[in-house]
Design a protein around this ligand. Structure first.
Ligand SMILES: Nc1ncnc2c1ncn2[C@@H]1O[C@H](COP(=O)(O)OP(=O)(O)O)[C@@H](O)[C@H]1O
Ligand SMILES: [Mg+2]
Length: 175
């Protein structure tokens, strides 16, 4: 990545991001971007990022990685909860990433105390009205895995309400 992108980015970042970058450098971060598209998504100054690409390109991992190594209170959605479970599903992969550095509650679908301070909840919204289910709780990262499987209004209306509530969440979709 070129310096004319990196330097302005660094100057505009809060301490949490600078800490995270130095953790990556020291190889103590739970997760680090593995390719240029993942870096570009992270360096983007957009309020909302849509990240597409071929299967296996690292779309889901980007959501997990950001939630588990950078943000404090995250929500990651799949349209149906059953799509996140099972071998090589999102939840299995999150266990691989976190290892013993957090506690997973499989009833609530919540990671707590990841590196002592991060929380990640897995959510689903199979029906239209479910988009209101998570309102009013503060989150600083919201990800939609396979966003094309959601209804047209789900990510937008839900994300707009959350942003109003918290003013610092980062909706990111992939598909
Ligand atoms: N930044 C990363 N660090 C480590 N492994 C990664 C990273 N990005 C992707 N992977 C690996 O590649 C696999 C496929 O990535 P995934 O995000 O599931 O692809 P996609 O969602 O685009 O189909 C992941 O399960 C993981 O093993
Ligand atoms: Mg995926």
């Amino acid at each position: 990545m070129q310096n004319n992108v990196i330097v302005p980015f660094l100057h505009s970042q809060p301490p949490s991001v600078l800490d995270w970058l130095s953790n990556i450098q020291e190889q103590t971060a739970l997760w680090a971007p593995a390719n240029r598209p993942q870096w570009e998504a992270i360096l983007s100054s957009a309020d909302e990022v849509f990240y597409g690409g071929a299967a296996g390109g690292g779309k889901s991992d980007l959501l997990l990685g950001l939630a588990l190594s950078l943000h404090s209170d995250s929500l990651i959605f799949r349209r149906e909860y059953a799509q996140m479970t099972g071998a090589r599903g999102l939840i299995d992969r999150s266990r691989e990433i976190v290892g013993s550095r957090g506690r997973y509650n499989s009833t609530e679908h919540v990671w707590r105390d990841v590196d002592g301070r991060r929380t990640l909840e897995f959510g689903s919204m199979p029906h239209e009205h479910n988009k209101f289910r998570f309102l009013g709780r503060p989150h600083d990262f919201i990800g939609f895995d396979e966003i094309t499987e959601f209804s047209r209004t789900m990510p937008g209306s839900a994300a707009a309400s959350w942003r109003q509530a918290t003013r610092r969440c980062t909706p990111m979709g992939n598909g």
